[in-house]
Design a protein around this ligand. Structure first.
Ligand SMILES: [Zn+2]
Length: 222
């Protein structure tokens, strides 16, 4: 992974600081939870302001007054303050996105990325996987089960959320619920005929059968 130094201005406290940013990487594969494998930082590194502790989820545009107020409120909570210094950027981002009422699948994916940052801490990792699942369930509760009538973009969002919900159920050892979620998807034409979603579901069902709750690399269909 090649790095370059960039200067960032914190949109909250306006402090300037230098940060190493990746400019190239090499990806060798991807796991069923979409984490990338290879000479790549996954999740993608996001800077933390060394002065106020804000996770810089956007640096290009200034905060609106509403956004600045909500972000400051989140950062004043015990939960945010208890996060180990200079760590868990995506955990911080997930808390902020919840408060900003970002779309449920965006919050869900941010919690999933937060779980990748703490894979050496079993309890916290499980907690974040559970958060991600809750938000995907919230997202899917408001969507049609079949992706048919929707635009290409919302179809992709919906199908990705369906896959990740099942993956999270498996990772949380809810094997029966995971099977009950995946099996009906195979009857939906968009999944059945998709270039790789169908084979991913079959891979998931095999892992569920073996009661395997570990992260797994996506197997390329032969
Ligand atoms: Zn700051």
């Amino acid at each position: 992974m090649r790095l370059q130094t960039i200067t960032i201005k914190c949109p909250l406290c306006h402090n300037q600081f230098d940060e190493l940013e990746p400019i190239s990487c090499y990806t060798a594969g991807q796991r069923l939870d979409l984490r990338l494998i290879g000479a790549v930082s996954s999740p993608w590194p996001v800077p933390l302001c060394p002065t106020c502790g804000l996770v810089i989820y956007k640096a290009e545009k200034p905060f609106t007054p509403r956004e600045a107020r909500i972000v400051a409120e989140v950062m004043a909570t015990q939960t945010y303050k208890a996060i180990p210094q200079c760590e868990q950027a995506y955990h911080r981002m997930a808390l902020i996105f919840e408060a900003l009422k970002k779309p449920a699948d965006v919050v869900a994916y941010t919690w999933l990325q937060a779980s990748w940052e703490v894979e050496d801490k079993v309890r916290v990792n499980r907690q974040f996987l559970g958060k991600s699942l809750q938000w995907y369930e919230r997202f899917l509760a408001k969507q049609p089960r079949s992706p048919k009538a929707s635009s290409e973009r919302s179809k992709n969002r919906l199908m990705t959320a369906q896959l990740l919900k099942g993956e999270l159920l498996r990772r949380l050892k809810k094997f029966q619920a995971a099977r009950d979620h995946f099996e009906p998807l195979l009857n939906i034409v968009e999944f059945k005929t998709h270039a790789f979603f169908g084979s991913i579901i079959n891979q998931e069902l095999k892992l569920i059968e073996m009661k395997n709750a570990l992260p797994q690399e996506i197997q390329q269909a032969a």
